[in-house]
Design a protein around this ligand. Structure first.
Ligand code: MSP
Length: 529
């Protein structure tokens, strides 16, 4: 195994209900980056899991007549099943109710208290139960929760506080020395200028109003605030402070932590401060992605506009679903899900551009060369040369975008390369070359088509692995070295005969636009309550 390590995390999800495509989006994004790093030779590790404590979970379980533990156990099974369906290759799945986590949360709390970072006081404020967050009077918007717009209620309780003020200057310095810690830059600037620079308030880190959480060892009527409990999952999962901290030594600090924009405040402010207090290194990068919105705003059951990933996977397949999520939502920005957009991407990008290219190529290699791919003989004409040069440029751009986690842009480069390859067929007109018996040119065209498809299969592997595998299968490529990223920039790669399959099978079957738009809309309506 490589000694270059890459540790990537997703947020741990609240299992308060079924996961919609927003939740799936974060995870598919992280999974694709993990797989890309693996393809590039890294020993890469992906962590995901569940954030199982807190008042909201306690309430949902009660409504269903279950104990919180029973409820979260069921949800953990559900989540693992969902990630299996989405082919998420996680290396660890942490649950905050596991002993390996709770024991260390207790330990961390003790330490922070002993070293004076956590102190006892009294809390007065407005609490939003669904968001599990306290707000000051001035933070409320029209008397409601500034995050979700729901009702808040006044709470006063004896509580423990974390001394954030003590760390503000260090955090400011850290931000100045690490300008790319948070991406995109707009989010970084927002956090830095609006929250950090004006000065931080101490954070209330315990609750007494409910029980479902990690108890403070020295004062067990208090439970640890869910965010302190949840954030440290990224290190407890590696065995921090446990009997075996090998993984922690190997993988910490994380290279990349992916979060949604709604939780960047917790990850960009409290998290690095907790790490400073524990004298631990801070992750290299935190990436805040945007939200998947619907035409009428946020996804919600009350609006009946929820898209569940299973629905898309069952009807259109996993790769179409993953491709859509990764391609449609650009780096860090919000974007609107539309059934029209989904069907269009399916028909144009997957069926027409990629699927047809493979199909035509297999058909022609069978027709003109009995299925055996001709050997490379350099560039025979100017079209070959142009194709090679332009494709290499697109691969370079793909790589640069992938290295910077701009997956949507990276896929766009692959599709640009697919598009010039389709154009290359129109320009070289193999059917005319065959008729005129220009065999050398025809051989070269077939070789180049095959070779470009092989490159696309390599580039698509992290995002849509089944499609990548199917392209290799249809092309008759079995050799691992021909599937490796190391071979991607070269054109002359085959020293053995390659035989493509006799009859190409469509990668994707074209959808009837009207029917499918109607189908998705109906499925959305069914989600309403
Ligand atoms: N439990 C916390 C995270 C703790 S991490 C130490 C949490 N959980 S969550 O289930 O509410 O959200 C999980 C992730 O899904 C978050 O990154 C959130 O931003 C993301 N999304 C929730 N709705 C979303 C969309 N509509 N679109 C994109 N991502 C969305 O927050």
């Amino acid at each position: 195994m490589s000694n270059k390590t890459f540790y990537i995390t997703t947020p741990i999800y609240y299992p308060s209900g079924k996961f919609h495509i927003g939740t799936a989006y974060t995870t598919v994004l992280a999974d694709t980056i993990k797989k890309y790093k693996k393809l590039r030779g890294y020993d890469s590790r992906l962590l995901t899991g569940l954030d199982e404590h807190g008042q909201k979970i306690e309430e949902v379980a009660k409504k269903q007549g279950k104990s919180p533990q029973e409820y979260v156990d069921e949800m953990a099974d559900y989540a693992k099943k969902m990630w299996k369906t989405m082919q998420i290759e996680y290396d660890d799945f942490i649950r905050t109710t596991e002993e390996r986590h709770t024991k260390i949360v207790e330990e961390i709390f003790d330490r922070l208290m002993n070293q004076g970072d956590i102190y006892q006081g009294e809390y007065q404020g407005w609490y939003c139960t669904p968001c599990e967050t306290f707000f000051t009077e001035t933070q409320l918007v029209d008397g409601k929760c500034p995050d979700c717009g729901r009702d808040v209620h006044k709470m006063k309780e004896e509580a423990y506080f974390f001394n954030m003020k003590k760390y503000t200057d260090r955090l400011i310095k850290f931000y100045q020395e690490n300008p790319h810690f948070i991406e995109p830059e707009s989010r970084r600037n927002e956090l830095f200028n609006n929250f950090i620079k004006p000065g931080l308030e101490d954070l209330c880190v315990t609750r007494t109003s409910f029980n479902w959480g990690v108890k403070v060892r020295k004062d067990p009527k208090h439970v640890v605030y869910v965010w302190l409990d949840a954030l440290v999952n990224y290190i407890t999962a590696l065995g921090y402070l446990s009997d075996n901290d090998e993984l922690f030594k190997k993988y910490w600090p994380a290279n990349l932590q992916i979060v949604g924009k709604d939780i960047i405040r917790f990850h960009g402010i409290y998290w690095p401060i907790f790490l400073m207090a524990l004298d631990l290194p801070i992750p290299e990068k935190i990436y805040a992605h945007g939200f998947i919105m619907m035409k009428d705003g946020k996804m919600s059951k009350s609006k009946g506009n929820v898209i569940y990933p299973e629905m898309l996977v069952n009807r259109y397949g996993l790769d179409a679903t993953r491709y859509f999520l990764l391609r449609e939502f650009a780096f860090g920005q919000d974007a609107v899900f539309s059934p029209e957009g989904f069907v269009e991407r399916f028909n144009f990008d997957l069926c027409n551009d990629l699927g047809n290219l493979l199909n035509r190529t297999i058909g022609m290699i069978n027709k003109y060369f009995g299925g055996v791919v001709p050997k490379y003989d350099g560039c025979v004409n100017e079209y070959d040369k142009k194709l090679e040069e332009e494709t290499i440029e697109y691969i370079k751009k793909y790589q640069e975008y992938m290295d910077n986690y701009h997956i949507s842009n990276a896929l766009e480069e692959v599709w640009k390369a697919i598009s010039i390859t389709n154009k290359y067929i129109d320009e070289t007109m193999p059917w005319v070359l065959a008729k005129e018996e220009k065999t050398d040119e025809l051989r070269s065209v077939m070789y180049h088509l095959m070779e470009n498809l092989r490159k696309f299969a390599i580039m698509l592997k992290p995002a849509i692995e089944n499609t990548s595998k199917e392209i290799f299968r249809q092309l008759g490529i079995e050799d691992q070295t021909l599937k490796s990223y190391d071979s991607i920039y070269k054109y002359q790669v085959f020293d053995q005969d390659i035989k493509v399959i006799e009859k190409g099978e469509p990668l994707f079957t074209r959808l009837d636009t009207e029917t499918e738009i109607e189908y998705i809309k109906n499925e959305m309506k069914k989600t309403g309550i």
